[in-house]
Design a protein around this ligand. Structure first.
Ligand SMILES: CC(C)(COP(=O)(O)OP(=O)(O)OC[C@H]1O[C@@H](n2cnc3c(N)ncnc32)[C@H](O)[C@@H]1OP(=O)(O)O)[C@@H](O)C(=O)NCCC(=O)NCCS
Length: 135
């Protein structure tokens, strides 16, 4: 499902499989997976834009089938961040398509660094979510 939504023309040469220790979340309707995202430990390599508490975790492969969009992406993001925090995640980061920035910003993520283009996909920005500040 993630491949169908994110890579309709097939994988890119730069695509890498998710490491074995990553967590995967799926939204299902009547037994069909209609949305998914993945999260796992991954070093943030741009501290010049935001210093993120280690261990840093990355969200990847966020995708919802077109007929089911409208809230599912936010639920997947919340589930992934919550589970990752329980597993010991510090700060989070993702490389987000520009069209999807609102999804992250509404969940409290911050857009950092300049626009950049992922070859074969299009314009991207980095988004980050620092850990909550202790009260
Ligand atoms: C991004 C995506 C997962 C959101 O799913 P969803 O169930 O609609 O999620 P939500 O309703 O919680 O969030 C809606 C946000 O998705 C983003 N969005 C809407 N249409 C989009 C599209 N065609 N492509 C990418 N992002 C989109 C917007 O940021 C929108 O927020 P806004 O209305 O404030 O601008 C879904 O649109 C999708 O699979 N898009 C194609 C793949 C993709 O771009 N994945 C993200 C890679 S970083």
């Amino acid at each position: 499902m993630q491949q169908r939504v994110l890579r309709p023309d097939g994988p890119l040469p730069s695509d890498r499989p998710h490491p074995a220790d990553w967590l995967h979340f799926a939204a299902e309707v009547d037994g069909e997976v209609i949305g998914a995202c993945s999260v796992g430990p991954s070093v943030w390599e741009h501290p010049q834009w935001m210093v993120l508490v280690a261990p840093q975790w990355q969200i990847r492969s966020m995708a919802v089938l077109p007929d089911h969009r409208g809230g599912v992406g936010s639920m997947l993001l919340h589930a992934a961040v919550t589970a990752a925090r329980q597993a010991g995640a510090g700060g989070f980061w993702a490389d987000a398509r520009v069209a999807a920035l609102g999804l992250y910003e509404r969940a409290g993520w911050q857009v950092v660094g300049p626009d950049w283009v992922k070859p074969g996909v299009g314009p991207h920005r980095y988004v980050v979510l620092p850990p909550p500040t202790p009260r």
